[in-house]
Design a protein around this ligand. Structure first.
Ligand SMILES: [Zn+2]
Length: 125
């Protein structure tokens, strides 16, 4: 079955964001770990997220952290509250605003799969 990180990466390759639910206390986590951060129980179960959420915070990067990012600036870095109730960080267009509804896609960059959020255009806030 592999480690939580293996399962997370396998999900990304399939275009699926995996969250981790503790089979002991039920806590849901976005960060791939092999134990529950709340109660310490081992082997959380991976569950597939719907990929929809709301922008909780956004900042815009104007300076590239490394050469691969130079062509991308300025780009947005956002915190998204997923409908499942967990918060994840991702990239987005600079024009998003707090409260906007967003949908997830994956951007491949080398070995990494970055979470990319775009506005769904929904007005329900
Ligand atoms: Zn737990």
């Amino acid at each position: 079955m592999g480690t939580a990180v293996d399962r997370y990466r396998e999900g990304c390759r399939k275009g699926e964001l995996r969250l981790f639910r503790c089979s002991s206390c039920g806590a849901l986590e976005a960060f791939a770990r092999d134990f529950c951060p709340r109660c310490g129980a081992p082997d959380p179960v991976s569950v597939s997220a719907g990929g929809r959420g709301v922008v909780a915070a956004i900042t815009v990067a104007h300076i590239a952290p490394s050469p691969e990012y130079r062509a991308l600036v300025p780009y947005g870095i956002c915190l998204i509250d997923l409908d499942e109730g967990v918060r994840v960080m991702g990239n987005c267009a600079p024009g998003l605003a707090v409260g906007d509804r967003v949908a997830l896609s994956f951007a491949e960059r080398g070995d990494a799969h970055l979470l990319q959020f775009t506005s769904t255009g929904d007005e329900d806030r």
